[in-house]
Design a protein around this ligand. Structure first.
Ligand code: SF4
Ligand code: SF4
Length: 386
């Protein structure tokens, strides 16, 4: 469940007493802005000062709460639950009468009216399934539910990734259903921008719905849906398993059910925060990519990966900073000598494409084209480290 800011007071005091500053080194926002209140050491002090009644909520305090991607890098260096502090800080501000940032308010309004944060009609949600012959989920009729997620389903440039993922599962003989036009939002956006009660309402309804359908496993295409649904199900004591599609597909590549034609083109991989550091999935996407092409790692990868700048409402509320973070990531990718930067998150993909310098590709689309080539008579070499 989601703790309130008051419940983190002891942790904030620990940080104040320690003041070690280890969290500064990997924080993409702090390393870009060099403003002390924008790393966790400073933000924790701000939260503590507020709880102690030492100052009021000012525009600078609000900035300290929202100028963070919730990427989790600070938790890498610290035993405190820093990203949870920041989420609770946002909730605290909203509960104390601070109006949500107008960009975040509009995302929430869209979710209420359309069931997605992007002002797209509900009918747009199911367009990606056209011609794929995927059954609609019904009580007791399926074990596996494919969860597309709002962003990929309604944003046209991202639809090919969903289609590729579904086709790969079908080729490998995995039977699954979708919720079609009725697929709900996972609630990730609301949770990250501090609208905790609205998220909890969505989470409860989602879990009840999945349970009523008798689903055993949910395969998500989006890393944000992956961590959010996992949390929702755990918080409600559900035993339904959630996996990201890269886990499902990596197993099929490793077992040879999907035959891949390997390219000699050097590629690098960007770990989406929600899949890697926050979701613990590092090797599966790499195993898939290594089967497709030689992998050249960026200096900051795996647990050390740096956020693309799209997360937790930063892209909509602080576009300049968000783009600066993306530019840093693109510079890292080009430094590897790779020709293609591969990722598997609709937010990272969209964000990284805003900066020129390297081709950005989606892992599922890349794999589907490699599999189609592989079917033309090439053997798949065993995935190996490169
Ligand atoms: S957040 Fe953690 S790492 Fe950063 S100063 Fe506080 S105790 Fe140290
Ligand atoms: S979550 Fe990421 S951006 Fe936010 S303070 Fe921690 S390291 Fe910095």
């Amino acid at each position: 469940m989601n703790n309130t800011l008051d419940e983190f007071k002891e942790e904030l005091e620990t940080c104040f007493g320690t003041s070690c500053g280890f969290c500064e080194r990997g924080c993409p926002v702090y390393q870009t802005m060099k403003v002390k209140t924008l790393c966790m050491k400073g933000r924790n002090r701000t939260m503590l000062g507020l709880l102690q009644g030492k100052f009021d909520i000012t525009p600078a305090v609000v900035q300290a709460a929202f100028e963070c991607t919730l990427c989790g890098n600070c938790d890498r260096w610290c035993s405190l639950k820093n990203t949870e502090h920041t989420r609770a800080f946002r909730e605290y501000l909203l509960k104390h009468g601070y109006e949500p940032m107008k960009e975040h308010a509009s995302l929430a309004a869209s979710l209420k009216n359309y069931g997605n944060p992007w002002f797209q009609p509900r009918s747009a949600r199911n367009k990606w399934t056209k011609g794929l012959n995927i059954p609609k989920a019904a009580p007791g009729a399926q074990d596996v539910l494919f969860f597309a997620g709002c962003t990929s389903a309604v944003m046209k440039p991202l639809v090919p990734s969903l289609v590729a993922g579904a086709k790969l599962l079908q080729r490998a003989g995995v039977r699954f259903a979708t919720l079609g036009q009725d697929e709900p939002c996972c609630g990730s956006t609301l949770l990250r921008v501090g609208q905790t009660e609205a998220y909890e309402d969505i989470a409860k309804k989602n879990v009840e719905r999945f349970e009523a359908l008798g689903v055993k496993r949910i395969v998500t295409a989006c890393p944000g849906c992956y961590t959010t649904l996992k949390k929702s199900l755990q918080d409600h004591g559900s035993k339904i398993e959630v996996v990201h599609i890269t886990k499902e597909i990596a197993d099929l590549v490793r077992s040879g059910k999907l035959k891949v034609k390997r390219s000699t083109e050097r590629m690098t991989y960007h770990d989406p925060c929600h899949l890697g550091r926050l979701g613990g999935v590092f090797e599966e996407p790499r195993d898939i990519l290594r089967a497709i092409a030689p992998l050249a790692e960026m200096p900051n990868h795996g647990m050390e990966s740096r956020c693309c700048g799209a997360g937790a409402g930063l892209q909509s509320a602080f576009p300049k900073l968000s783009r600066d973070l993306a530019a840093k990531r693109i510079a890292e990718a080009t430094s590897t000598g790779a020709t293609t930067l591969v990722t598997c998150c609709p937010f990272c993909e969209t964000q990284l494409r805003t900066v020129p310098g390297i081709k950005v590709a989606d892992l599922m689309e890349l794999l589907l084209s490699s599999v189609e080539n592989g079917e033309k008579g090439n053997d798949r070499p065993a995935p190996g480290k490169t």
